[in-house]
Design a protein around this ligand. Structure first.
Ligand code: M6R
Length: 604
């Protein structure tokens, strides 16, 4: 959600900024812009088109060695050039790129208007360069500090002064920003994917801190502007593949990486049949856990539901799965013996971060599962375990979900082993079955022709139902989210038994219904439910792992490899991801960058 990249060095800033912005495209944006300095003048170009179109805009600009770039995801004010960043002050002395939301911008605007400032955009951001101008007394860092002291809300900021092409100021609060350190060049970026082409040496700016970047040095300052040392870390780029590698879309590439992702995540935590988690939670503390809370958003929350199933079944600890945006505002009931698990692919989701802060403030034991190392959640959490999905670029999360489900399953079994309530052999069986999962995922991937055929049938439909019981319902939720977020087809996930309490009214002739049926115990119930919707005209696709699923109850049955029932989501989810993908391709939509969505939801 919004992206910042900044450069100061010896190379052409435009090239670096465009490369960086392209890498940040995946976060989601609806306009973009670049500012460089030449001969004490800003050269600013903005567009509501894609980043590629900035290339022609900047053709005539003079070469500069300093600049700021931005991708905007509209919050305050519509999508138009005047609202796109960078923004300048009235006197055109300072230029700012901003991620986040300034909550008190209306009162700040009034204050500035009283002092004669005028506003030309509808954004909250435009107050910032004008406040810097108001507060400027010969020192940009001090003016920035005075300015951010007046701001309420969240921000990551890159700031330049027109007549000083030797300095970029950066600061942040509750919105990510990293500093890249190179040889005679330095960078700022919302996330390090934007600058990895140039350097893997990264310094993390914490909340309320400042950085002053010159071409050959970076100085860090705490909130009171005392100089401080910040460790510069080498980011391991081994798993950080951000190219399409011949695939038409990132989403397709990432779905096809499900098998390898599963294997990497398993290999990291399941070593010679034994689970190993390097976390600070004693056996005694595990035995004493009263409740587990799993807090996450979107797909990560759906993965958390799988965790609830496994953990409750094998540890008998009650698990409450909560959407972060609800948890943070409900004054959650947390006991000193509770354990909270946060799940996040990006590690930058604003609501999840706020919940983590709340849990930390209350001194409650917690652990996070993240995919992006050095992300905010990674750095804030007392305990972290990692999904091994590598870079996930498509907005629709696919391989990260599979990794999250595997990791929460592994952790649930770990807790169960420590609690010792459940038959060890059954737990070991699940672990053995998990080892077979990567190959089984690969088998499911290879049946893509089936999913393409089905996608062709439903691409022009208005509504699609996703139905299941138990674990199958959790997969239905995620399958439905996948379809709606990228194809814009309305879809609904319902617990199959609940259908007749209302939603069945929506089933009419030829309504597509995708049923997950993987539980032997619930097979009869599921078949009865299918008959109910068939009788009302539904066109039913069944995804099943049960060899003896009757061949005559549905319009189409896709038989997936047999699998331990506790792990069925790891297989049933693959066709659902591919169906959503193919429907979206059929509709000619932008698969990787669906409208209105951002990869990292860094504002609430
Ligand atoms: O980075 P996170 O896992 O914290 O993101 C959570 C959600 O924003 C994310 O899963 C979202 O729902 C995806 N677009 C779903 O595909």
């Amino acid at each position: 959600m919004c992206g910042i990249v900044g450069y100061i060095g010896e190379n052409n800033a435009n090239d670096v900024l465009l490369t960086g912005l392209k890498k940040l495209e995946y976060r989601g944006y609806d306009s973009c812009g670049i500012a460089t300095i030449y001969n004490d003048k800003f050269q600013i170009h903005k567009t509501t088109n894609r980043i590629d179109s900035l290339v022609s805009c900047i053709q005539d600009t003079e070469k500069s060695n300093i600049g700021l770039g931005h991708t905007r995801w509209a919050t305050h004010g519509g999508v138009c050039e005047k609202n796109a960043h960078p923004h300048t002050d009235n006197k055109d002395k300072f230029v700012v790129v901003h991620n986040g939301i300034i909550e008190n911008y209306i009162e700040l605007k009034e204050l500035l208007k009283d002092k004669g400032y005028e506003f030309y955009s509808d954004t909250d951001t435009e107050v910032i360069p004008n406040l810097i101008d108001l507060n400027y007394d010969g020192n940009l860092l001090e003016a920035t500090k005075k300015t951010v002291d007046m701001l309420e809300g969240s921000y990551a900021l890159g700031i330049m002064k027109k007549d000083n092409p030797n300095e970029i100021i950066a600061t942040r609060k509750n919105s990510p920003l990293v500093i890249g350190v190179g040889e005679n060049e330095n960078f700022i970026a919302s996330d390090y994917s934007a600058i990895l082409k140039y350097t893997n040496k990264i310094g993390i700016l914490e909340n309320d801190e400042f950085a002053v970047l010159k071409k050959d040095e970076v100085s860090f300052y705490d909130k009171d502007l005392n100089k401080k040392d910040v460790a510069i870390k080498n980011i391991d780029t081994k798993d950080f593949d951000v190219e399409k590698n011949g695939y038409e879309h990132f989403m397709l590439k990432e779905i096809n990486e499900n098998s390898i992702t599963a294997k990497k995540t398993l290999d990291t935590y399941l070593i010679n049949g034994k689970l190993k988690f390097d976390i600070n939670l004693s056996d005694e503390e595990i035995k004493n856990i009263k409740h587990i809370h799993i807090v996450a958003c979107g797909t990560a929350m759906h993965a958390g539901l799988n965790g609830k199933y496994i953990i409750e079944k094998f540890t008998r600890i009650p698990v409450n799965v909560e959407v972060a945006s609800e948890f943070r505002y409900k004054n959650p009931i947390l006991d000193k013996d509770d354990f909270v698990i946060f799940i996040s692919q990006s590690g930058e989701t604003a609501d999840t971060i706020a919940c983590l802060q709340l849990v930390k403030d209350r001194n409650i034991k917690h652990m996070s599962m993240v995919n992006v190392k050095e992300s905010t959640i990674d750095r804030m959490s007392d305990n972290v375990i990692y999904t091994k999905a590598g870079a996930e670029i498509a907005v629709a999360s696919t391989k990260a979900y599979i990794a999250q489900v595997i990791l929460i399953d592994l952790f649930g079994i770990y807790l169960a082993q420590k609690r010792g309530l459940y038959d060890d052999e059954e737990l070991n069986n699940i672990l053995r079955s998990l080892i077979e999962i990567p190959n089984k995922i690969q088998e499911v991937l290879e049946e893509d022709k089936e999913y393409i055929d089905y996608a062709n049938k439903i691409s022009n439909k208005r509504d699609v139902f996703y139905l299941g019981r138990g674990l199958d319902y959790y997969v239905a939720l995620e399958g439905s989210l996948k379809l709606k977020e990228i194809s814009y087809i309305h879809s609904e996930a319902t617990q199959f038994g609940e259908l007749k309490h209302g939603p069945i009214a929506l089933i009419e002739d030829d309504t597509p219904a995708i049923v997950m049926a993987t539980s032997k115990n619930l097979l009869d119930k599921t078949i009865s439910n299918i008959k109910e919707i068939k009788a009302r005209g539904a066109n039913v696709l069944v995804l099943t792992t049960l060899k003896d699923f009757p061949s005559n109850v549905a319009d189409k049955i896709i038989l997936l490899p047999e699998v331990n029932e506790n792990l069925s989501p790891l297989l049933t989810m693959i066709p659902l991801q591919l169906i959503a993908y193919h429907v979206t391709v059929n509709k000619g939509l932008d698969v990787d960058k669906p409208r209105n969505l951002a990869k990292s939801v860094t504002v609430e």
